[in-house]
Design a protein around this ligand. Structure first.
Ligand SMILES: [Zn+2]
Length: 307
């Protein structure tokens, strides 16, 4: 079962959210027919998006993460609801690259690093999925407008990029580790990671302990392969008396529906719509986040255009 566990430690100066997301990463791989390297990229982005999303309080709130590094995978988008249920898509999820010299999947090359990591927090429910990213500058948070922050990518390896994002855009002392391990049979064996946040006035010995623990923990997938998110917390918070605050199940979940697709179709151009009607054939719309296919007859298209 995929889950997010949150804990505080080090006398309240440190908080950690750890996620184990093997199942939802495997689901994304199957929906998008993703290659190994792209599964790893999508899995890392989704794990972070899910942790961000699950921190949103209100029903209908969402977090969208966009990674646009100029690499062959294209733009990656992951969207999480306020419970941490997440979905994703990418421009070219099927591209494969040679394994790196150290035996790791070359996520950095697939993603590229000439671009940005953008996080959009939307505190209110939207009537339809626009997935059109509007850029809102400044730090003024208006509840009715999505809040968006963006930083330059560091390596395209995702975890480093999120660490930089948290430091630069949200001024948080934070460390992020993410990983996806794929077995020889092509099945995801382990996925997930953690985000550790330190309060600005955290004592030196607490900071030192966290840094030491992070170094000793190493790759998150070596803990998650056969282990759990809770084990990740006990390793990274060793000696700091972690107290678990919450434990929430998460999954790959798409909020698409016939109504939402119909309202998106209402936004296509008049000419395009007239062409569809003139052709007299059913139109199949496949959701970009899941494998749902919606079929509309020319008569229905006509009706949508009237509304
Ligand atoms: Zn869908």
């Amino acid at each position: 079962m995929d889950e997010i566990i949150r804990a505080v430690a080090g006398g309240g100066f440190v908080s950690i959210a750890a996620i184990s997301s093997r199942g939802l990463t495997e689901r994304a791989k199957n929906i998008h027919k993703a290659s190994r390297v792209c599964t790893a990229a999508l899995g890392r982005v989704m794990a972070a998006a899910s942790v961000f999303g699950s921190a949103m309080k209100r029903d209908g709130a969402s977090v969208t993460v966009r990674v646009n590094g100029g690499g062959p995978i294209g733009t990656i988008i992951a969207v999480s609801d306020n419970l941490g249920n997440v979905r994703c898509c990418a421009g070219n999820p099927e591209i494969e690259l040679p394994i790196r010299l150290d035996g790791k999947l070359d996520v950095g090359r697939a993603v590229g690093k000439n671009g940005t990591l953008t996080v959009i927090r939307d505190a209110v429910a939207r009537k339809r999925d626009t997935n059109v990213i509007s850029e809102h500058g400044g730090a003024v948070f208006n509840e009715n407008e999505p809040y968006s922050g963006s930083t330059a990518l560091v390596s395209g390896e995702i975890a480093e990029d999120f660490t930089a994002y948290l430091a630069e855009s949200e001024q948080a002392g934070a460390a992020c580790a993410l990983g996806v391990l794929i077995g020889g049979d092509g099945i995801v064996r382990a996925a997930g990671g953690y985000i550790v946040s330190l309060l600005p006035d955290a004592p030196e010995d607490v900071i030192a302990a966290v840094e030491r623990n992070i170094a000793e923990t190493g790759y998150v997938t070596s803990v998650l392969d056969g282990g759990s998110a809770e084990e990740l917390i006990s390793r990274v918070m060793r000696g700091l008396e972690p107290k678990i605050l919450s434990r929430d199940a998460v999954e790959y979940k798409c909020g698409c529906s016939r109504e939402r697709v119909a309202s998106a179709l209402a936004g296509i151009g008049k000419k395009e719509r007239e062409d569809i009607i003139a052709k007299g054939e059913d139109v199949e719309v496949t959701c970009r986040f899941c494998d749902a296919v919606y079929t509309f007859s020319p008569a229905e298209i006509k009706k949508i255009s009237v509304n």
